[in-house]
Design a protein around this ligand. Structure first.
Ligand SMILES: Nc1ncnc2c1ncn2[C@@H]1O[C@H](COP(=O)(O)OP(=O)(O)OP(=O)(O)O)[C@@H](O)[C@H]1O
Ligand SMILES: O=P(O)(O)OC[C@H]1O[C@](O)(CO)[C@@H](O)[C@@H]1O
Ligand SMILES: [Mg+2]
Length: 506
């Protein structure tokens, strides 16, 4: 099996630099599979839709801002229902699993897969795998029906349970084979999608007629290629409550400081968006933008100035920020999935600021530290995320029914697509600090950038642009590129295009 999931790369090239990064199909390894008319044709709700079925040739460009002479570039297959399906609904056994950390909207995705399979395609056998990947071989499944999942979208978490670690490809595929499963819907983050890729490869190796569909999940919004991950808007919305509280506390006392820690292990999207939305934040610290405490241009100096100007201030810090500054950071503890465990930067920063002002003795401060991280992650999704989750679930179902496999669904430039696993696991979305979105933040908070001229040049150089070299059979990566599993991955939000900071063009 290819560790990077690239053993199934399917590339089609067309005119003017057009490249389709296609996803695998069951017929790639099982020839002569019979097809059936899509039952949606006779569905009263859908049959009235003008051109309901997606044309086989429809694809979506990864890059929409182009110049006159630009090559057409990378495209992904458009998601949606096809005229022909490769499964007879009556015969289908489907299963759903949720892995990794929680995220608002997980239950909505589960609900919509169950209801979509049943109401759109007439599939009645849907099972839930309990407690993540290890549940395939260590637990019994639960039966899911439209009735049993009817109101689960109103609850946070996942009704199926989730876990880290425990991915055993062979045991998982044995379980899929033994249980007679035909469609596997896997909801989870980058680690989960890597696991899904291995499952797909083993299924293919055994020649099983089983479609594997990933639905990307991460509250950190750091999954590559896609515009935005579900639950992100909910997280940003909920973060406002914590920031408001910090602002009220800070502004109610003399020299009040409110510190709010938000999630974001490698990427500061939640912190950046919550800061931009709130307008009460004076300083936002994220993993992508190193900062320092002492001396000219440092955080202490800024805090002092802000307190003198306004009498209070609010600092938002993403959990992955400043890890390199924390003294004990030489330790290398990991969770069960191998993710590095972080120090509590919020607690550390709060103590540092308190110590600084008590040492100086000039200014009495009152600092309140708020850590709403798990409260933000554990709530149900807001309305817009619910609709988004529904469309992701439907895209996954349409893809699996149409025989596609080994894919992740994702919104690319506002269109739903099927993306090969390796594309969402080989890099990670990060806030680009030389992009306009971060500049907007700096201008809204007035905080120092903490960057020297050399740092800025280095950040510009570090922007990665992956370019498909037609005919060469591989990507040329300009700028730096680090491999997954480590701490830094950048996607293409390069100088030519303005990103909205979540991966799509403004
Ligand atoms: N490289 C990998 N190969 C196979 N399985 C993996 C890999 N990385 C992670 N997994 C499995 O995927 C599951 C979830 O991984 P992880 O805990 O890293 O969360 P995630 O899916 O990345 O979500 P998030 O980081 O958003 O919480 C775990 O069961 C883990 O064993
Ligand atoms: O659920 P755990 O293991 O505490 O992990 C928390 C991590 O999960 C995430 O919510 C998603 O990856 C991160 O933001 C956070 O660091
Ligand atoms: Mg992850």
């Amino acid at each position: 099996m290819a560790a990077d999931g690239r053993s199934n790369v399917k590339i089609a090239e067309g005119e003017f630099g057009y490249v389709l990064e296609d996803v695998p199909h069951l017929t790639d390894y099982i020839p002569n599979l019979p097809t059936y008319p899509n039952p949606l044709q006779n569905n009263p709700a859908y049959s009235v839709v003008k051109q309901y079925f997606v044309n086989e040739g429809d694809t979506v460009p990864q890059k929409v801002v182009v110049q006159k002479n630009s090559a057409r570039g990378t495209h992904f297959r458009r998601a949606g229902p096809r005229q022909k399906v490769y499964f007879q609904p009556d015969d289908v056994n489907a299963c759903i699993v949720t892995c990794g950390g929680l995220c608002p909207g997980l239950n909505t995705v589960i609900r919509e897969i169950v209801c979509g399979l049943c109401h759109m395609y007439g599939v009645n056998e849907v099972y839930g795998v309990v407690d993540g990947y290890k549940g395939f071989y260590a637990r019994n499944t639960v039966t899911l029906t439209p009735k049993s999942v009817n109101d689960i979208h109103k609850r946070g978490g996942t009704i199926l349970g989730s876990s880290r670690g425990g991915h055993d490809t062979m045991k998982i595929v044995d379980s899929i084979q033994d249980r007679g499963i035909h469609q596997v819907y896997i909801i989870g983050g980058d680690g989960t999608q890597k696991g899904a890729s291995l499952i797909f490869e083993e299924i293919q190796r055994r020649g099983l007629k089983v479609a594997v569909a990933g639905i990307p999940k991460t509250i950190d919004n750091d999954i590559a290629v896609i515009d935005k991950s579900f639950g992100f808007d909910t997280a940003v919305e909920e973060a406002q409550r914590a920031i408001n509280a910090a602002h009220v506390e800070a502004s109610s006392v003399e020299n009040g400081i409110g510190v709010v820690k938000l999630m974001g292990r490698h990427s500061g999207f939640i912190a950046m968006y919550a800061t931009l939305a709130s307008r009460d934040v004076d300083c936002c610290l994220i993993p992508e933008s190193p900062f320092y405490l002492e001396g000219k241009g440092g955080l202490y100096e800024y805090v002092e100035r802000r307190l003198k100007e306004n009498g209070h201030m609010v600092i938002v810090v993403a959990e992955g920020a400043g890890q390199e500054l924390i003294a004990e950071s030489t330790h290398d503890h990991q969770d069960a999935s191998g993710n590095k465990l972080l120090h509590d930067v919020g607690l550390w920063l709060s103590q540092k600021i308190k110590d600084h002002f008590s040492r100086r003795g000039k200014m009495q401060i009152t600092l309140k530290y708020i850590d709403p991280t798990y409260m933000i992650r554990a709530i149900p999704s807001i309305a817009s995320d619910n609709v988004y989750c529904t469309l992701l679930a439907h895209s996954a179902i349409h893809g699996a029914m149409a025989g596609y496999t080994g894919f992740t669904v994702g919104l690319v430039n506002g269109r739903h697509t099927y993306i090969p696993f390796y594309r969402v696991t080989e890099s990670r979305n990060k806030v680009v600090i030389t992009d306009r979105m971060w500049a907007r933040l700096l201008s809204s908070t007035n905080q120092p950038s903490f960057l020297s001229a050399e740092d800025i040049e280095a950040a510009k150089r570090a922007e990665t642009t992956s370019i498909w070299r037609a005919g060469s059979g591989k990507y040329t990566v300009e700028g730096h590129h680090e491999t997954p599993g480590d701490d830094i991955h950048t996607e293409n939000h390069g100088a030519e295009s303005e990103s909205n900071g979540t991966g799509s063009a403004c």
